[in-house]
Design a protein around this ligand. Structure first.
Ligand code: PRP
Ligand code: ZN
Length: 296
């Protein structure tokens, strides 16, 4: 493998795969995925993707096999706790807006849940023993943790546990297994992590460029470009109504002394109600456009 190229670890199959690749594509990366399904070559950037099991991503990045990784906070935190002080370096560079899910306690439908403290002495099945252990310790609950490597949701039916601690996204897995969510242990989303080792300048520069692009992609999602005409006298009111905008551009209108055109980037979504208020304040010819790219 080419040492001068950045390697980023991405989940092979699962909830993070699609949105991770979409984020990289929106950062401008064009990938060619050959017959080897575990590796994709970046055509237009010195950045290649390795497709791996999500649980392996923290270690691949920590051990410098990959320079970057896109992984769930749940997996990262579990690994961080397991490693204790030995991984202060496993820091996340960015919180990302996808992969939202939560690690939750869930009980069988017929279970009469009476709060966390009443779980003392019960068996809780999970693939996240570290996060669960911390959660129970912080609440001073002496429950028994049953460590499993998968299929946690069937543990109560098999008589291996009284309840479970597992990831919930849509809730359909719990529903299908007659389980009810009762507590949230951790709110999770995807994060971008990097190797603890210093990178040579060309690679470090590319990491900086990618981070700026990621920030741009995340800002753009909600941002809108708004254009309107307004009487000069109403500019104060109109600026106040524009959601999350910095200094707008004011342009004189040909043949009019008191009306101007206002162009502004709004960092928040622009709703119909906002447009109606702007119109009431004297604006006309309102136009809202999506923003394609943004670079601070
Ligand atoms: C989690 C969890 C459930 C499922 C819940 O597994 O173990 O099986 O997702 O999602 P739902 O609420 O939308 O039904 P995940 O896909 O993260 O697999 P992994 O832990 O093996 O990576
Ligand atoms: Zn996994």
């Amino acid at each position: 493998m080419d040492e001068a190229r950045l390697k980023i670890a991405v989940q092979k199959v699962g909830r993070l795969t699609e949105p991770s690749l979409e984020l990289l594509a929106r950062c401008g990366l064009q990938l060619s995925r050959g017959k080897d399904q575990l590796f994709a070559y970046g055509e237009n950037m010195p950045l290649d993707v390795l497709f791996v099991r999500d649980d392996d991503i923290p270690d691949l990045v920590r051990e410098d096999v990959c320079d970057l990784g896109l992984v769930g906070l749940n997996v990262l935190e579990e690994r961080r706790l397991a490693l204790g002080g030995r991984c202060a370096s496993l820091e996340s560079l960015r919180s990302l807006e996808f992969g939202r899910c939560r690690l939750s306690l869930a009980v069988p439908k017929e279970f009469r849940y009476r709060g966390v403290r009443a779980l003392a002495g019960l068996r809780i099945a999970t693939t996240y023993p570290q996060l669960l252990e911390r959660y129970l310790r912080e609440r001073d609950v002496a429950a028994q943790i049953v460590r499993l490597s998968g299929s946690v949701e069937i543990a109560p039916r098999l008589g291996r546990a009284d309840l479970i601690c597992d990831l919930v996204s849509t809730g359909s897995t719990l529903e299908a297994n007659h389980l009810t969510e009762v507590e949230t242990v951790l709110q999770s989303h995807a994060v971008l992590i990097r190797t603890p080792l210093p990178l040579p300048p060309p690679k470090a520069e590319w990491v900086e460029r990618i981070l700026k692009r990621i920030d741009g992609v995340q800002q753009v999602r909600e941002s809108k470009y708004i254009m309107l005409h307004a009487p000069r006298a109403a500019l104060g009111e109109i600026r106040r109504l524009l959601p999350g905008s910095e200094a707008p551009t004011i342009i004189p209108l040909e043949g009019s002394t008191d009306r101007v055109a206002v162009h502004a980037v709004c960092r928040e979504n622009v709703f119909w109600e906002t447009l109606e208020s702007l119109k009431k304040a004297g604006a006309s010819a309102l136009l809202v456009l999506p923003v394609e790219k943004m670079l601070a």
